[in-house]
Each structure stands twice: as structure tokens, then as C-alpha cells.
Design a protein around this ligand. Structure first.
Ligand SMILES: Nc1ncnc2c1ncn2[C@@H]1O[C@H](COP(=O)(O)OP(=O)(O)OP(=O)(O)O)[C@@H](O)[C@H]1O
Ligand SMILES: O=P(O)(O)OC[C@H]1O[C@H](OP(=O)(O)OP(=O)(O)O)[C@H](O)[C@@H]1O
Length: 299
């Protein structure tokens, strides 16, 4: 009873309890200074520095728990939201930039069936019964076929080699799993990444300020991982060219230097573009180019 009382007035925040999204979620919570200690046996734990209770759930169940209002916010994949048919009941608050993958139709590389039209009417194995079902129903309606969709809970890629399927529908990121299983993609159903979601129809307005604060902290951690600060000196006559290369998010910060012909520029740039940006700055005569990692930020 004490346990139920302790979570009663708290914001309930669902986190995947294992799998591909788990570690990333823990990093995000740590970066946002959401302090908690997870006891091994409990899937609910109280946050020490906020009136929040974390609820560790299978990623696949989180859209339904959030959509039906049993928990207030959660992190899961966009694929899970679509598969659970909860898109109308949950609102995407933030895309988190990890857990990126695509849901694809895959067939044996060396097989006879090299187009979805050939696979229609045959056997397809998947963990995404709903999405695969809809996709092949549309095809079946067009082609007059009757595709047999069968559910398996994991290791979907083995189904063709085991003789259970003519093709599969499964998630792909690097493509390594499918290559190793001798499969390749013939169609993509959707692209997915991890998202922070909340219930669309929630009536609990008392939690809104806390959800906004949480969202802003998480957005800060994500932006800090995505951007770096780029500082450099450039001749004033080349400033326009330089700020075209590093325009900053709103505008670059330009400061005068003792040497009047030169200025210092500070600008946020995307981490993935930084090497290219440094090359371009160097080519127009920038000097003392420094890239500084961000620990955290609000942008
Ligand atoms: N290879 C991948 N790369 C990136 N993201 C992925 C990948 N596989 C799955 N995901 C994302 O992570 C979510 C959870 O997938 P995962 O396979 O970890 O689920 P699980 O069933 O909870 O865990 P497990 O497979 O350990 O039982 C998926 O819905 C998808 O959004
Ligand atoms: O394209 P890749 O980078 O190789 O990733 C794709 C694999 O990742 C997922 O499975 P996961 O490893 O999570 O295990 P599962 O088969 O038990 O779901 C997915 O189901 C693929 O098997």
C-alpha cells in the first residue's frame, strides 16, 4: 500500500526496460540530472530530485500505457507507436536522435522473389504483424493475392533460412544482421527513431510544467550531443565568407581582437560537419580554430 501511495501524485515516466534503447535512455536521464537508484527487482523507481516515478516497461508496451493514460510520458521507438496503433492517442514531444532504424521487407539475396509484388501471396514472418499486415493487405487488394503473415518474437532474420518464410519484415540499422543472414531489402515500410511521447488526451494539467521542464532538460542533453562550439580568428575582410560557413544557430558571436584587422568568431556547428567546416575555414585563412565539446546546453 505504501508503494502505491508513494507514486500516486508523481509524474509517471516510462523507460524501455531492456533492449536497444535502454542504455541510451539511462545516459539521457543521467545527462538531464534525473537522479534515481533502480532496485534490481522493481520496475518502478522514485526519482530523488523530482516528483517523478520511472516505470521500466517493454518498449513495445510503452505507446499503449502512454496512450491510455496509465503513464504520463515515455520513451519508445516511432515504429512501436505505429505498430501499436497509438498514433492518435500519443503526441511526439521530442525526437531523440538515437534508435534510428528502418522497417524493411527483406528477401533472400539469391531467391526468385525480388520484388514485393512477387512476395505478395507467399509467407512473411515478422514481429510487426500490424504494420506488415497493413502493407501486404494493400498489395493483396491490388493484386488479388493472399499473403500469410506470421508472428515471431525475435530472430526474425532466421525465418527464411529455416524454411518458415519466403520473406520477412524487420528492423534494419547497419544492415549487418540481414547481410549475415543472406537477405537484402526490397522495400521500406517506415523510418524510425526514439521519441519522447505523452498522452494526447491527458486531463492531468498539474503535470504540464514538470513535463515541459523534463522536455527542456532532455532537449538540452540531445543538443549538447549534436553540436560543438567552433571558435576561430579571421581577418575582418573575410568575416562574411567565414560566417557563411559557420552561421550559428541564430547568428555567430563576433568579438573584436587587439589587432584591428582581425575578429574572433564563436559559433555552434553540427558535430558531424565539424571536420568539413574546419577544412573550409582553414582554406579562407582562419587561424586558431578550436572545437569545444558541450557538456550540456539550452538552445
Ligand atoms: N538495430 C537497431 N538499431 C537501432 N534501433 C533499433 C534497432 N533494433 C531496434 N531498434 C529500436 O529499438 C526498439 C526496441 O527494439 P529491441 O529489439 O531492443 O526491443 P526489445 O524487444 O525490447 O528488446 P529485445 O530484442 O532485447 O527483446 C525498436 O522498436 C526500435 O525502435
Ligand atoms: O541492421 P543491424 O544493425 O544489424 O540491426 C538489425 C537487427 O537489430 C534488431 O534486432 P536485435 O539485435 O535488437 O535483436 P532481436 O532480433 O532479438 O530483436 C533487428 O530485429 C535486427 O535483427
Amino acid at each position: 500500500m505504501e508503494y502505491f501511495e508513494s507514486i500516486k501524485d508523481r509524474l509517471l515516466f516510462a523507460i524501455p526496460k531492456k533492449g536497444r534503447l535502454y542504455e541510451k535512455c539511462l545516459e539521457l536521464l543521467h545527462g538531464a540530472d534525473i537522479q534515481f537508484t533502480r532496485s534490481q527487482r522493481l520496475d518502478v523507481c522514485l526519482v530523488r530530485n523530482f516528483p517523478i516515478a520511472l516505470v521500466f516497461l517493454p518498449a513495445a508496451d510503452i505507446p499503449r500505457f502512454v496512450g491510455e493514460g496509465n503513464v504520463d510520458v515515455g520513451i519508445t521507438g516511432q515504429d512501436m507507436v505505429a505498430e501499436s496503433e497509438m498514433s492518435d492517442l500519443v503526441t511526439e514531444v521530442l525526437q531523440l536522435g538515437f534508435g534510428k532504424c528502418s522497417l524493411q521487407v527483406q528477401v533472400p539475396e539469391k531467391g526468385q522473389l525480388q520484388a514485393v509484388e512477387h512476395l505478395a501471396g507467399k509467407r512473411v514472418v515478422t514481429s510487426f504483424e500490424v504494420l506488415a499486415g497493413k502493407y501486404f493487405k494493400d498489395l493483396d487488394d491490388k493484386l488479388g493475392t493472399n499473403t500469410k503473415i506470421e508472428y515471431v518474437g525475435g530472430s526474425v532474420e532466421a525465418a527464411c533460412a529455416l524454411g518458415l518464410a519466403d520473406g520477412i519484415v524487420d528492423l534494419v540499422e547497419s544492415g549487418e544482421t540481414m547481410r549475415a543472414a543472406g537477405l537484402h531489402a526490397i522495400s521500406t515500410l517506415l523510418l524510425s527513431e526514439a521519441v519522447l511521447i505523452r498522452s494526447t488526451k491527458t486531463k492531468k494539467t498539474e503535470h504540464i510544467p514538470l513535463i515541459e521542464r523534463l522536455t527542456s532538460r532532455i532537449a538540452g542533453v540531445i543538443a549538447a550531443g549534436k553540436y560543438v562550439l567552433c571558435n576561430y580568428n579571421i581577418e575582418r575582410t573575410r568575416l562574411k565568407e567565414a560566417t557563411n560557413i559557420t552561421p550559428g544557430r541564430r547568428a555567430a558571436t563576433v568579438s573584436p581582437l587587439e589587432d584591428e584587422g582581425w575578429v574572433a568568431v564563436s559559433s555552434m556547428v553540427e558535430k558531424k560537419a565539424m571536420a568539413e567546416i574546419m577544412d573550409r575555414l582553414e582554406a579562407i585563412g582562419a587561424s586558431d580554430i578550436l572545437i569545444i565539446s558541450l557538456e550540456n546546453c539550452r538552445v
